[in-house]
Design a protein around this ligand. Structure first.
Ligand code: ATR
Length: 292
């Protein structure tokens, strides 16, 4: 069945409700429907959140269907975060600067794009690991899309410095040069990781090293963090990576990636509904699904 027909039939099944969804390719593994349907239910909002597998060549058609059926909002995941922008009427300044949209709001027929990944990460870091990032020294491992999003959000917290460490140094340099900031933004090669981590306050892994099914891998193998530093990972499967667990054993504060997922969804919910998201209930249901 073509994608427009799928959206049409889905709307037909739920015609009395507000409609939200996530699109991606692949999408089957996404916990967003579980998390956001729980949020709508807890808040008594008459809405349903679905998911659509949308291949890159179907994106234009899907967006036509989105408008024709008056969907209220959506989340956007890999591989559409960049290409979605051409189909929107307006893009929030931060999402534009980042070059990626993960949340779309339909405001009276006008589609507006936001990015809640970076702010979701920072909210999680501050609520779960370190309340104040101001004047802290931060090390970020990795220089891809995820790294860019969180660095952009971290810069707004006025840290003392952010050092980007990457296997491919040129990519770290490119990333740093593209960001306009008064914060000290530095780059370093992987061979300097040990030295740089020694006096960092927050060390963040944004690479996929250590993700299931390669959970035994640790991109910080043999590296010691300062006592009381935060060891943070964007990965949430496993909930705590070998990097985070090892660092915690040596006195670091552990911070896993689940909170980022919860809060990027919470911000999306808040943009859509104007109401505070029930984050405890959202976390509980996702945690339960991940552990079953
Ligand atoms: P994402 O959008 O998840 O950030 P990405 O844009 O492909 O994905 O970026 C992946 C990042 O993880 C890159 O910084 C990559 O390093 P390179 O720029 O050198 O490719 C890093 N990365 C991935 N696998 C890695 C590994 N095995 N060791 C070290 N770094 C790795």
């Amino acid at each position: 069945m073509d994608i427009k027909q799928q959206v049409f039939e889905w709307k037909d099944q739920h015609h009395e409700k507000k409609l939200y969804c996530v699109i991606g390719d692949p999408i089957k593994q996404s916990k967003s429907p579980l998390m956001l349907n729980e949020a709508f239910a807890v808040k008594g909002i008459n809405a349903v959140y679905g998911s659509f597998q949308v291949a890159p060549e179907q994106l234009g058609q899907f967006m036509e269907a989105f408008r024709e059926n008056g969907l209220s909002g959506m989340n956007v995941t890999i591989p559409h975060k960049l290409h979605i922008m051409q189909y929107l009427d307006e893009i929030d300044a931060d999402a534009k600067a980042l070059g990626a949209v993960n949340t779309v709001v339909n405001r009276d027929g006008k589609l507006i794009g936001y990015n809640t990944d970076g702010i979701g990460y920072v909210r999680s870091l501050k609520e779960e690991a370190i309340a104040h990032i101001e004047n802290k020294k931060i090390v970020v491992l990795g220089a891809g899309g995820a790294s860019r999003g969180i660095i952009y959000a971290l810069l707004k917290e006025s840290p003392a410095s952010i050092t980007v460490v990457n296997r491919t140094l040129a990519k770290a340099e490119e990333l740093v040069q593209s960001l306009n900031t008064s914060v000290s933004l530095l780059v370093a090669g992987q061979e300097q990781l040990e030295l740089i981590c020694k006096d960092a306050d927050v060390v963040i892994n944004t690479t996929s090293v250590g993700m299931y099914p390669h959970s035994e891998e640790n991109p910080f193998q043999g590296i010691l963090l300062k006592k009381g530093a935060v060891a943070s990972d964007l990965i949430y499967n496993p909930l705590l990576t070998t990097f985070v667990l090892t660092a915690a054993d040596q006195g670091a504060i552990p911070h896993g990636g689940l909170g980022m997922f919860i809060y990027q969804g919470a911000y999306a919910f808040e943009y859509w509904t104007g109401q505070p998201a029930p984050t405890d209930r959202m976390r509980a249901i996702v945690l339960q699904a991940l552990q079953s």
